[in-house]
Design a protein. Structure first.
Length: 311
């Protein structure tokens, strides 16, 4: 398997202050673990480029983008809500995160990679069409899906979101769109407390009670996601890869282990292999326990590379 790894060295310029969980140290932990295990060296590494205004406008109204630009401080930190803060460079880094996902889509459609892992921040799956929230400014995976449809003619895009939090922003953008299937697993009841009762036919919610461990998580995914995916037959699979459902993560109360992320990645790859000519792009979402985040990302990348779990 050819796996591309997309990131950018400027990501630390988006820094929301000491103690904030969505910190530059997240990507440092991932990179350190991948280098230590030798997995990073097995990937095709490249840098993200910024998403354009036109690419962002496919999912976010222009007025909302202009509003965000007007909120950007000249210096210091400005709060958009209780946990989403902006620095002078935040929107540029957010455009790079969205641009990484776009570049990943281009890579798989141009057959330059079988799959892609976009190791960028800030995350994106809480960003609704007209609302930045939950550490997220632009919805990276939604921008990637729109790009795939617009530029590459994707007909059926599946977005699989495994995170301790529901991907409310992705649901907000694509609910009732028959050409996009959104599957989201999350701790419930829990933040963001939106769209938990969505009845849109293209949304598959998999709420999990606090304390859910790997075996129950796997049964729920097989019960809820697999029938929908086989019925939908996607020609592109996108992952919102959140590692904060790990038992060591401080932001949630799910109890997944490293190997559960290998398992769910392999499940997504099998769907992509069956229906989408292997095209799969993974976009980093949550994950805030440094050592565990690094291990989970390594398990995820090991699966993407086609390596056995115990390798």
């Amino acid at each position: 398997m050819i796996t591309a790894y997309i990131t950018h060295p400027d990501h630390p310029r988006h820094f929301m202050g000491p103690g904030h969980p969505e910190s530059p140290e997240r990507l440092d932990a991932i990179r350190a673990r991948l280098q230590l295990t030798g997995l990073l060296q097995q990937t095709m590494q490249c840098e993200a480029v910024e998403a354009t205004q036109a690419q962002l406008c496919r999912v976010h109204p222009a007025a909302h983008l202009h509003h965000l630009e007007g909120c950007a401080p000249v210096e210091g930190i400005r709060s958009l809500d209780g946990d989403t803060l902006m620095t002078p460079d935040s929107l540029r880094i957010a455009r790079l995160a969205a641009g990484a996902a776009i570049k990943g889509v281009d890579r798989v459609y141009r057959q330059q990679a079988d799959n892609v892992f976009c190791a960028m921040r800030p995350p994106g799956h809480h960003a609704e069409a007209s609302d930045a929230m939950g550490f997220c400014f632009f919805n990276n995976v939604a921008v990637a899906a729109a790009h795939a449809r617009w530029e590459h003619g994707a007909q059926r895009v599946a977005i699989l979101d495994f995170d301790v939090h529901q991907g409310n922003g992705t649901i907000d953008i694509f609910q009732n769109d028959p050409d996009v299937l959104v599957c989201s697993s999350y701790q419930s009841p829990f933040y963001p407390w939106r769209y938990l009762e969505s009845s849109a036919p293209n949304i598959v919610n998999t709420p999990l009670p606090a304390g859910t461990a790997g075996p129950a998580f796997r049964r729920a995914i097989e019960r809820d996601w697999l029938p929908a995916l086989h019925d939908f037959q996607p020609d592109l699979v996108l992952l919102s890869a959140g590692f904060d459902a790990h038992r060591e993560d401080p932001l949630g109360e799910l109890c997944l282990e490293d190997e559960d992320f290998y398992w769910v990645t392999r499940l997504a790859m099998e769907v992509a292999e069956r229906y989408a000519e292997r095209r799969l792009v993974s976009v980093l979402e949550g994950g805030y326990a440094g050592a565990a985040l690094g291990r989970c990302a390594a398990a995820h990348l090991k699966a993407l590379l086609g390596l056995p779990e115990a390798a």
